[in-house]
Each structure stands twice: as structure tokens, then as C-alpha cells.
Design a protein around this ligand. Structure first.
Ligand code: ARG
Length: 715
């Protein structure tokens, strides 16, 4: 027997481990009662598991929505379909509704009456109806002897059947998602609403205060929220936009708490995290550090540099490119910080250790050897081949070029016509193309586009392996003496896609030959061709890679039967719980867990558009006019929690022990930016805007108290 001392020590270590792990994990809400509820309850949760997730009663999950099928998260906060999410989640819509004369990005937007709310075309809001484990059904016909192709078909066949059987209510959306890389499968049933309107958004000087400089950083002073409203048909069901639609009546909405937060408070987040890669191997990290991230960083920065210059010079351009720029800036910085954090936190070494332990475990018996014996070698070989082929880089540059150079993008989209000249729906397609063009050129600055395309073509040539270079480099060599600038000028001089007038003229009298010879169309096509070549190179090992990933996770789970694993994020609803907590960003530094309006004033810089403070906000600050939202003369702005979130969680409600809304998650901290790959319990924090600041801005700053009145505010 072990000595009591020793087992006490073990208990202590286990407890430590438990605590260390408490905050990590993106849990499926339906499994919370099984895996997490006890721990949550011990940490202070006052709700029952059924109040969080249930298919039999209204519960928290009914108030949590996916925006745009998982781009961001929102929550319903009134009986009249009022929805709250982040400012950066509504940013593109706010930009699209803006013009130089009425610039909602700069000035904010507030509907003071329902008629003033602005429809947002294309915005969707999805409610989760239910989820279920369908692993046994999906894998019913899978046998060990199947190769990956056979396995894939067997799974597809069963999945199709399950979806068909579930799809009985019109308007419901059904999907089956793989968990743990194909080890488990879950069905998700959603109801999606499409009449969504803008209700309120603060000016960027509040909603995006700190801009790209503060993005991914703590301390933070951003009022990152906006308000939307969901509308339904008279029957309560989803309906396209119509004046006669009614505010959506939710099954459940979140009460809002004015109690505020203090260190150690229990809290949780329900939302739609997009992707994580927590089971990435050391080989994958090497690839990321050497190839993917540098390519991503360089390509995005090249586009941003050009955009920034033209946006600063002209207001219409600033508004037209605002959404794209914000997106690029956000993910450029993320990749940059991710690489830094991966190195600083030595995540490679950490993964190597896990792999060595795994290998030791595998070696211990013959069954394991047969099952998992080649997994790590397979990873190694796949990554070696990928590194030699450099296909990943080529794909990244191609995507950035195709989505960045708008003339290529519209040529690519409209180019669909080329194969349809003789088809019955040709006129319909022309109609669609015209509609698209009418919208497209509203956000098209030809000078910016020329410079961006030229710079990207040069960058691509320097960074992509020769075998993936598009054909147009021959043209540039032969016809333009190697000068990408003249090549681009010539595209803009001769292409039907260079302006709305030219494209409309063409669509009024379309000739197939003109399209086939069009220089933008030709360039877009050769780019797609290189994309396909790179994609094929990447795909050669896809089966081997998929199998290795599936088996690696299966093995790790078998190796640690005492641990409850969570599946990587995949845009399905997850719950994370933890507490309000400060952190130590680095040796000798301490970062407190909340910020106040005082900090906004300290950061003010009227010469830097990222740090402008509006006179109205200053006035409220000087008078300490915070109403019931202040905290003994102090206005709290943001706070930190230990939750485990990632992109897609943006806008997620932060919920206290009583199930009340206390804030919105909107960011993560740069020191832990390796978090998609490894959760670091000491460093990873979720950055939240305090709901009291949100209500203060709505009520005191914007004078839209009627919106607060609509909510259920509790003390
Ligand atoms: N980093 C945040 C996220 O990915 C987005 C913050 C947007 N703010 C900005 N300055 N771009 O969710």
C-alpha cells in the first residue's frame, strides 16, 4: 500500500490538476449535466443543468444565437427579439449602411422608433432547436478493413439518411458534424431567421476604441457592442423582410444584471466558437511557424498597406473598404501574435513531449501497436511532403489575391457566364450579374485596386514556388518586360470589369468571345488553375492525414481514460465556464481584471483616429453622470474571465451564476494567442465588455433609454 502521505499528495496533485483544467474546454451544452455540472455548481453556479440546456423547457440555449451561421454569436435580451452582439460583428453591416453624408461608423446609429430600424440584407440569426449524439448511426456500416475512401462514403450515406429523416419541419436546417476528427458525430437542428434589423451601434470611438493598436490586447477600453432586432412572420416563423413582420417572440431571453463583477465570481459563456486545433502535432506547429503564418502575415499586410493609404485620403474609400480592412487587420495581428506566443510558450516542446508519451504508451502492447503504431510517422511524412511541395503557401497567397483584388473577383464570379451562353437560364444569369455589378462597384476604387493587384502579383512571384505561378507571369515577362505595373494598367485599360459602366455595357450586349479574351477574366482563370494545382498537391496525402488525426485523438483518449476530452471547436454551440480573474502577462507584470472610463480618458489622443474620445463621453465622465450603471462614482468598462473561447465566440453573452447577462466576450489577449492550439491556464483570458457600460452608452450617451426599458434589468 502507498503511504497515506503519498496518497494525500496525490489527492493534492489531482485537485491541482482539476483546478488547472476547470477553465479549459469548449463543452457541448447537452453534455454539461454529465461532465461539467458538478464542477460548475461547486464554483458557484446557481442554475440547474436543465436551465442551461434542455429540449423540454425554455432555457439559456434558446437565447443564444449564431449570426451568419457561426461568424459571430449573439443573445436575445428582450421579449421583442432585441439581440445584442459585438460592434465588430455588426461592423460590416454598419459600414454597408453608411455613406459619406451619414457615416454610422464614425457617428453611430440609433433607431429611436421601430420604423427607424434598418434592414440588414443577408444577415441571418440561427436558433439551436436540438442536438443529439448520432455516432452509432453514422458509423453503423464502417468496418476496420475499410480504406478512407470507403469509410467516407459509408459515413456520407448514413449522414444523408439521418438528415433526411430529421428534416421534417419546413424551415429547419439540419447538419451532422464530426467531433474528435471523425470519432464521434452529432446532429444539430436550427431555425434561421432572415429579417434582421439594425437597432443601435455606438460610434467607432466607443465601439472600436483603441482600434487595431489595442486589438488582441489588455488593458482594453472598448464598448464593443451593437443591437439588432429579429423579426418573424405573423406566425412567429422565419420570413423574408417585410414591413408587416413582427418582432420575434423568443422562447427565452437573458435578464441583464447591474450587479457587476468581482474577482473570483463564477461565470460562463455560451456561444459558437469557430475553429481550434488543440490536437495539432509538433509537426503542424513547425509548419505553421515556417510556412502558413508567415505567408498569411505577409499577404494580408501587403493588402492592408495599400488600402490604408487610399482609405486615409478619401472618406468614401474609407467606408467602402472598412469591413475588409478590419477583417484583414484582425487576422493579420492574430497570426503575428500566434507565432510569437507559440514560440514564447514553447508549445512545440510541449507537443513533442505529449507525442513521446503517446509513443511510449503505444509501444506497450501489440494491439496498440497495430492500431496506432504508424500515426506519428504518418504525421511526419505528410508534413514533410507538404513542406517540400510548398502547396500550403501557394494556396494562402492565391486566396488572398483572389479575395483581395476585386477586379479578379468580379471577373471570376461573372465569368460563370462563359459556359452558359447556350443555356436556357442565360438571361436570368445576365440579370443576376447586373444586380451584382450594381452593388459591387459601390465599393471599388480603381486606383487602390491597381496598386493592390500590382503589389500582390510581385509579392506572389517572390514567395510562391515556381510550379504554382499562374500563366500570366509569362504574359508579364513577354509582353510587359517583367513589369507587373504595366500589365495591371493594361488590364484596367482593356477589361470589361474595370468599371460599372463597362460591365453594364457588356452585359447589355454580351459576346462570348469578348469574355473569353478579357484580360481580367484570363488572369482570374489562370489564378484558379494554379489554385487547383496547389490543391491537388495538398490533397495527395489528405486521406493519410485525416486518418492520422482521427487515430491520434482516439489513442490519446484511450491513453487517458481519467480525462474528459472536448472536441475542437467547429462552429457548434459550446459552453465554457470559469471565473473573473486578473493575470500576470509576463515576469514582474500584473494585469488587473477590470478597466474603467478613467482609462479611456488616459488613452485619449485626438490626433489618432483610433483613440478619439467624443465630447459627449467626456462630459458624462466629468460629471460622473453614470446613473444606475456606475459603481460608486466609477464607470467600469471591460473585465477579464478565464473562459476558453475563440473566433466565432465574438458577441457571446457572459453569464453569471444566476443566469444573468453581465457582459459580452469580444477578444482574447495577445500573450495567449497560441490558444487555438494550446490553452494556457495562467495566461489565457477572455476580454469582455461590462454590460453596465453597454447600458450606460445606450441610455446616457445615446439617449435610447427605451431600449433599456425593454430589457429585464435586475440588481
Ligand atoms: N480580435 C477580435 C476578434 O477576433 C476582434 C476585434 C475587432 N476590433 C478591431 N480593432 N479590429 O474577435
Amino acid at each position: 500500500m502507498k503511504s497515506p502521505k503519498f496518497s494525500l499528495f496525490l489527492v493534492f496533485v489531482t485537485l491541482l490538476n482539476l483546478f488547472a483544467r476547470a477553465d479549459e474546454g469548449m463543452w457541448l451544452p447537452m453534455l454539461v449535466s454529465k461532465y461539467n455540472y458538478n464542477a460548475m455548481h461547486q464554483m458557484g453556479l446557481k442554475l440547474t443543468a436543465d436551465q442551461i440546456y434542455s429540449v423540454n423547457q425554455a432555457c439559456l440555449k434558446d437565447a443564444i444565437v449564431a449570426l451568419d451561421h457561426g461568424g459571430c454569436t449573439g443573445s436575445i435580451i428582450s421579449q421583442k427579439g432585441l439581440l445584442i452582439t459585438n460592434h465588430h460583428c455588426g461592423y460590416e453591416a454598419i459600414a454597408e449602411q453608411s455613406s459619406v453624408g451619414s457615416d454610422f461608423l464614425t457617428d453611430g446609429f440609433w433607431a429611436m422608433r421601430p420604423e427607424e430600424e434598418l434592414p440588414i440584407p443577408g444577415k441571418t440569426v440561427s436558433f439551436l432547436i436540438r442536438m443529439d449524439d448520432v455516432t452509432a448511426l453514422v458509423l453503423a456500416n464502417v468496418t476496420p478493413s475499410m480504406d478512407e475512401g470507403e469509410r467516407g462514403s459509408a459515413i456520407q450515406k448514413e449522414t444523408d439518411k439521418i438528415i433526411e429523416a430529421a428534416d421534417t419541419v419546413p424551415g429547419f436546417e439540419v447538419s451532422v458534424e464530426s467531433m474528435f476528427e471523425g470519432n464521434e458525430y452529432y446532429i444539430f437542428v436550427y431555425q434561421t431567421y432572415t429579417d434582421v434589423r439594425m437597432v443601435g451601434a455606438p460610434p467607432s470611438s466607443i465601439g472600436k476604441f483603441g482600434g487595431d493598436t489595442d486589438n488582441w490586447m489588455w488593458p482594453r477600453h472598448t464598448g464593443d457592442f451593437c443591437l439588432l432586432r429579429v423579426y418573424s412572420g405573423a406566425d412567429g416563423k422565419p420570413a423574408g423582410f417585410s414591413k408587416s413582420n413582427l418582432p420575434y417572440q423568443p422562447k427565452y431571453f437573458l435578464p441583464v444584471s447591474l450587479a457587476g463583477v468581482k474577482e473570483g465570481d463564477f461565470s460562463m459563456i455560451l456561444g459558437y466558437p469557430g475553429t481550434t486545433d488543440r490536437y495539432l502535432t509538433s509537426y503542424g506547429i513547425e509548419e505553421k511557424l515556417k510556412q502558413s503564418n508567415p505567408a498569411d502575415i505577409k499577404a494580408k499586410w501587403a493588402k492592408m498597406e495599400v488600402m490604408k493609404k487610399y482609405m486615409a485620403a478619401d472618406d468614401a474609400t474609407r467606408i467602402a473598404y472598412a469591413g475588409d480592412y478590419a477583417y484583414l487587420g484582425n487576422f493579420w495581428k492574430k497570426s503575428l501574435q500566434e507565432s510569437k506566443a507559440l514560440q514564447r510558450l514553447k508549445v512545440f516542446d510541449d507537443k513533442k513531449r505529449t507525442e513521446e508519451e503517446f509513443q511510449e504508451w503505444v509501444k506497450q502492447n501489440e494491439i496498440r501497436k497495430a492500431m496506432y503504431g504508424s500515426v506519428l510517422d504518418d504525421f511526419k511524412n505528410v508534413y514533410q511532403a507538404a513542406s517540400a511541395s510548398r502547396a500550403n503557401e501557394a494556396l494562402i497567397y492565391t486566396e488572398e489575391l483572389l479575395t483581395g483584388a476585386r477586379i479578379l473577383y468580379i471577373a471570376f464570379q461573372t465569368g460563370e457566364l462563359a459556359s452558359r451562353f447556350d443555356s436556357a437560364d442565360f438571361n436570368e444569369m445576365i440579370g443576376i450579374s447586373k444586380k451584382r455589378a450594381a452593388k459591387f462597384y459601390k465599393t471599388f476604387n480603381p486606383e487602390l485596386e491597381k496598386e493592390l493587384l500590382k503589389n500582390m502579383i510581385d509579392l506572389y512571384a517572390k514567395n510562391v514556388a515556381p510550379e504554382y505561378l499562374p500563366d500570366y507571369y509569362h504574359t508579364i515577362e513577354k509582353k510587359f518586360k517583367g513589369d507587373a505595373g504595366s500589365y495591371v494598367e493594361s488590364i484596367f485599360d482593356h477589361s470589361i470589369f474595370a468599371s460599372e459602366e463597362k460591365l453594364m455595357e457588356y452585359l447589355n450586349n454580351p459576346k462570348k468571345k469578348t469574355l473569353l479574351k478579357d484580360p481580367a477574366f484570363v488572369a482570374a482563370n489562370s489564378l484558379i488553375e494554379s489554385y487547383m494545382i496547389a490543391r491537388l498537391a495538398q490533397m495527395t496525402d489528405e486521406d493519410k492525414f485525416g486518418k492520422a488525426r482521427r487515430l491520434y485523438i482516439a489513442g490519446l483518449r484511450e491513453m487517458h481514460p481519467e480525462t474528459t476530452f472536448y472536441s475542437d471547436a467547429n462552429s457548434t454551440m459550446r459552453l465554457t465556464y470559469g471565473k473573473v480573474e486578473p493575470y500576470k502577462p509576463a515576469d514582474a507584470l500584473f494585469a488587473d481584471y477590470y478597466t474603467t472610463l478613467q482609462g479611456v480618458m488616459e488613452k485619449e489622443d485626438s490626433t489618432n483616429e483610433e483613440f478619439i474620445v467624443s465630447p459627449k463621453l467626456k462630459e458624462l465622465f466629468n460629471k460622473k453622470d453614470y446613473g444606475r450603471y456606475g459603481n460608486k462614482g466609477i464607470m467600469d468598462v471591460c473585465f477579464l474571465t478565464t473562459h476558453d473561447i475563440t473566433g466565432g465566440n465574438s458577441g457571446s453573452p457572459v453569464i453569471n451564476a444566476n443566469g444573468e447577462l453581465i457582459g459580452l466576450a469580444f477578444d482574447g489577449n495577445s500573450e495567449a494567442m497560441s490558444s487555438d492550439i494550446k490553452f494556457d491556464v495562467n495566461l489565457q483570458r477572455t476580454i469582455c465588455v461590462d454590460i453596465r457600460y453597454v447600458l450606460f452608452v445606450v441610455d446616457k450617451y445615446a439617449g435610447a433609454a427605451y431600449l433599456v426599458d425593454e430589457m429585464k434589468v435586475v440588481n
